[in-house]
Design a protein around this ligand. Structure first.
Ligand code: 4AD
Ligand code: MG
Length: 461
């Protein structure tokens, strides 16, 4: 049976016969009639050193031709290493080359820039950094599912193709089977009755609206799926395709939601730190020194909560010259969010009760007539990682808000129905999964924490 290197290093299978397979990181011959081959199989950061003796039958014609990138299977024994740098190594009794790798292989043993690695997205997972990112992504996903499962939230699969615009911002990718060179027209307009769904359809920007239908039926739910935004934002924080985690809970108000967000973030962070100690050490050493100390702080410190109105006052009082001037009513730009969380609070911060003009139609109106029960969680180094709100559960007010935002209430008929039939207070949020990945790994660019990033003018691989 094949063992992964991760399993092997945990086990104590000394002197037993073992099989390991993987890709060669380095190969060097020695004068003493040995080859030292470093193999990595992606199961963990560590390589295993393999000693190949020239007495092996294929030593001359195969083993000596092994280069960086070659895939191999090794049969041998795990022994204590005499050399420095590794406690154990494999003394090979058989080495089978599965696939040779020529010198055009771009991942030769040296440091590569992340920009370069983005151009070889199909190979970059074989590097230490991207292997570690992939394993942390797995651990974080798993922690998210566990958290909700343990807290009574049901996992609901909301549609990826949808005919409603959740955020009402119109930043959607059209899904259509119409022939672009020959569009069916009716009175100067495209006639979507000929399209696949008989009407305009899009890739979803959020599973929230459908999530609410399930929360107002089975209580507490969450979605965790890909979402798509056709916004032309070429920043280190934006993707056109990203994954969002969206819990929605009936009988929840905004304070309960803020509490949930804090408990949730702390829990998934703690679990991931626990599950990936070597990867986290790697990020702390090679990617962002001080990362672990910051994350440990995040787990113990209470998140600060500040109303939008107070946040604006703090920003104005700071006397800082922002690129985007700030005053009550303006949306917080990334520079303001970062100033609040990095300079003023110096830790995770929840801003709540935003002006209704800058938020989506579905948020619950406050009695002041000018703010809504929204909340965003901001973290140092990134800014917003969570956006959420208590939802408007009052039919008339919701209907009004839809109209005021210039949307068509008829398109939201089913969403309004949730308020017509047994409406209840409820609330939910969306966590940008890749933004959470940035926070946990300390990686700089969101393109490097998703396997195959999609951004404006870029959908390779
Ligand atoms: O604040 P947003 O737009 O909220 C919603 O979509 C709500 N429907 C969520 C809800 O209440 N159920 O997006 C939520 C989060 C943001 O806080 C951010 O972390 C992330 O999604 N996000 C993006 N991440 C990467 N690339 C983008 N283009 C993103 N846009 C939003
Ligand atoms: Mg938001």
């Amino acid at each position: 049976m094949n063992t992964t290197i991760a399993q092997l290093l945990k086990s104590n299978s000394y002197e037993q016969e073992i099989f390991v397979s993987g890709w060669v990181r380095t190969h060097r011959g020695s004068k003493g009639g040995f080859s030292f081959i470093e193999v990595n199989d992606g199961s963990c950061l560590k390589n295993i050193q393999v000693i190949a003796d020239e007495a092996l039958p294929n030593y001359k014609n195969e083993i000596q031709s092994i280069t960086t990138g070659t895939s191999v299977t090794i049969r041998g024994k795990l022994v204590s290493s005499m050399g420095k740098g590794q406690p154990v190594e494999i003394r090979a009794t058989e080495i089978t080359v599965l696939g040779y790798c020529d010198t055009s292989y771009p991942l030769q043993k040296k440091r590569h820039s992340f920009e370069f690695l983005r151009t070889i997205g199909h190979l970059r997972a074989r590097t230490n950094t991207f292997g570690a990112v992939a394993r942390v992504r797995h651990a974080l996903s798993y922690a998210i599912h566990s958290f909700f499962n343990e807290h009574g939230f049901y996992y609901v699969h909301t549609p990826i193709i949808t005919t409603s615009d959740c955020e009402g911002a119109g930043e959607m990718f059209r899904v259509s089977t119409l022939d672009l060179m020959n569009l069916p027209m009716q009175a100067g307009q495209i006639d979507f009755t000929h399209d696949f769904f008989g009407k305009p359809a899009n890739l979803t920007v959020s599973g929230q609206l459908e999530g609410e239908a399930y929360a107002t039926a089975i209580g507490k739910i969450y979605t965790f799926g890909p979402t798509f935004r056709a916004e032309n934002s070429n920043t280190t924080r934006h993707l056109a395709e990203f994954w969002m985690v969206e819990p929605e809970a009936a009988f929840f108000d905004l304070p309960a939601l803020m509490n949930l967000a804090e408990q949730f973030l702390k829990s998934i962070l703690q679990v991931t730190l626990h599950k990936c100690p070597n990867e986290m050490d790697f990020f702390d050493t090679h990617i962002r020194p001080g990362l672990l100390a910051t994350l440990e702080q995040t787990i113990v410190k209470r998140f600060e909560t500040i109303s939008y109105t107070d946040a604006i006052a703090l920003l104005e009082k700071s006397g800082t010259n922002f690129n985007f001037p700030i005053s009550w009513g303006s949306d917080l730009q990334s520079e303001h969010e970062r100033f609040l969380t990095e300079e003023i609070v110096k830790g995770p911060t929840i801003i709540y009760d935003y002006p209704k003009e800058i938020k989506a139609f579905y948020m619950r109106q406050n009695d002041d007539g000018r703010t809504v029960r929204a909340m965003d969680v901001l973290i140092p180094g990134i800014g917003e990682i969570i956006g959420g709100s208590q939802r408007e559960e009052r039919y008339d007010l919701l209907n009004q808000a839809i109209i005021q935002k210039g949307l068509d209430p008829e398109k939201y008929w089913w969403y309004l129905d949730l308020r017509r039939y047994g409406s209840v207070p409820h609330a939910g949020f969306g966590l940008g999964f890749e933004r959470a990945m940035l926070g946990i790994t300390g990686m700089e660019n969101i393109r490097d924490v998703i396997p195959f990033p999609r951004t404006p003018k870029n959908a390779d691989f």
